[in-house]
Design a protein around this ligand. Structure first.
Ligand SMILES: [Fe+2]
Ligand SMILES: [Fe+2]
Length: 475
């Protein structure tokens, strides 16, 4: 079961050949996907040989195999973690009942919506990143970008499989629509806000993979608890791939910060203009990018109070992060949770039923997890003997979703007037000048082992290869 059958047109470990109808539906979708990849996937990359990992089975031993692949030939397919025999539903009103192997009729619309929303983010991020290959700071980084792109493509396949197998005709229509919406498109945008933003440069890319792929980790972890077993098993395998995406972001920012600190020490200054003149990115600009990506990403968790979140949990569709490790009753009736709102020019806490606050619970888990990595970036600054620190902004800063969307809040968490916001926005969020400066540093570096000036080399290569390995061969 865990070994993937690569002899078929669509690699899979779900015995696809036995289900002729499903196989035909997916074989029909496959050329549309490949056409979408050519049109919207990594720009100009179709003939490159890229040193990629491909899953050979879903267990720890056989997970990855490395080799040169042309990306349109990547073996996208359908991989589920093995079923856990007798796994019961672990939360909500059906707690203790066996998980569902099919879609319960009364939850069909909600499940489809959850799967479509998750599925939509996968091709969206590929579209957002499609031009980055043109300005990669090294072959190592270019390869990591492409690895993330092919895996997001596979995540799309994972959701499309569920739609085709379990949702009949409307599932097939939703699968087609996943290839029709387009990131940032005015007429037919992606579903969620952060996935319509641009990822125009590599600083934005590392921030995106650190913060926004981490949103993916938390959403997938909540879905990995689902009472709908095929969704749980699919998302568990997706989670194993997500770790590398977040690593690329965390180590990427560390390497940027390391180069910046080197220049600051050499020049004996923290003056952004002088730091920039040395061809590296000043810490205040890095902080403003962080503020932007963090705030846009925490909006992805949705409104602080949400009756949908309560329904999803109650009906066993979407659990909490690490549901199994929590010591409460996993039903949550009568429990409360604190959310923030603005009142009389101050942020105040408000107790609400916990079931309605589950978006906020997941957001708070995400915040704890992301702060840890920011601490590791600060270690790099500290090791350089510098006093500056990066910090995540207050969670009420620059919000567009939920009760905080209507108020202006500083990164420190102070409610400010429109005038104060306008006077400080340039200190808090990336300015067009910041973006233009970062863009001015971006230039493609293709010599093995060479890195753009603004970023330090990584500590280690990929798959124990040397750092100067030829990770991408151009045709
Ligand atoms: Fe993904
Ligand atoms: Fe990802």
């Amino acid at each position: 079961m865990s070994t993937i059958n690569y002899s078929e047109k669509i690699p899979n470990n779900v015995n696809l050949a036995e289900d002729r109808t499903l196989l035909r539906a997916l074989e029909h979708w496959q050329p549309n996907y490949l056409q979408w990849w050519r049109d919207m996937g990594p720009d100009g990359s179709n003939d490159y040989d890229v040193y990629l990992r491909t899953a050979t089975s879903v267990d720890a031993q056989g997970w990855a195999q490395f080799g040169y692949v042309k990306m349109p030939d990547y073996r996208w397919g359908i991989f589920l973690n093995p079923a856990e025999a007798g796994r019961p539903i672990r939360f909500g009103e059906h707690i203790g009942a066996p998980t569902w192997q099919d879609v319960p009729g009364e939850h069909r619309a909600n499940l489809r919506r959850i799967i479509v929303t998750q599925g939509d983010t996968e091709p969206a991020s590929i579209e957002q990143q499609r031009h980055l290959g043109m300005t990669a700071p090294s072959l190592y980084d270019l390869r990591n970008l492409f690895q993330i792109n092919v895996e997001e493509g596979r995540h799309l396949w994972a959701m499309v499989y569920l739609l085709h197998k379990y949702f009949g005709r409307d599932g097939r229509e939703e699968a087609d629509a996943l290839l029709q919406r387009s990131s940032g498109d005015a007429d037919n945008p992606r579903i969620l806000g952060a996935f319509n933003e641009k990822t125009p440069d590599w600083l934005a890319f590392y921030m995106f993979t650190y913060f926004t792929d981490r949103d993916g980790k938390f959403q997938l972890s909540a879905l990995a608890e689902s009472g709908f077993d095929p969704l749980a098993r699919t998302t568990r395998f997706m989670l194993t791939e997500e770790a590398h995406h977040m690593f690329v972001g965390e180590s990427g920012i560390s390497r940027v910060v390391a180069r910046t600190c080197e220049a600051m020490k050499r020049l004996g200054t923290d003056d952004p203009a002088q730091v920039r003149a040395a061809g590296v990115i000043d810490l205040p600009t890095i902080q403003r990018y962080l503020n932007f990506h963090y705030s846009v990403t925490i909006d992805l968790f949705g409104a602080d109070e949400s009756s949908n979140a309560a329904i999803f949990y109650n009906s066993g569709l979407k659990g909490r992060y690490e549901e199994g490790k929590r010591g409460d009753d996993h039903r949550l009736h009568g429990q409360s949770y604190k959310v923030l709102q603005a009142s009389d020019g101050r942020l105040v806490e408000k107790e609400v039923p916990m079931l309605n606050a589950l978006n906020e619970v997941l957001r708070d888990d995400f915040i704890k997890d992301s702060v840890a990595g920011v601490g590791r970036w600060n270690k790099v600054i500290e090791k350089a003997g510098l006093a500056q620190r990066l910090v995540v902004p207050h969670k009420a800063f620059h919000r567009r979703i939920g009760a905080l969307a209507g108020v202006k809040v500083s990164p420190e968490g102070k409610v400010v007037s429109e005038a104060e916001w306008a006077a400080n926005e340039r200190e808090w969020l990336p300015t067009p000048e910041d973006r233009a400066f970062v863009a001015s540093l971006m230039g493609r570096v293709v010599e093995p082992g060479k890195f753009a000036n603004w970023i330090a080399p990584p500590a280690l290569g990929i798959n124990k290869q040397p750092i100067d390995f030829e990770y991408v061969r151009f045709a």
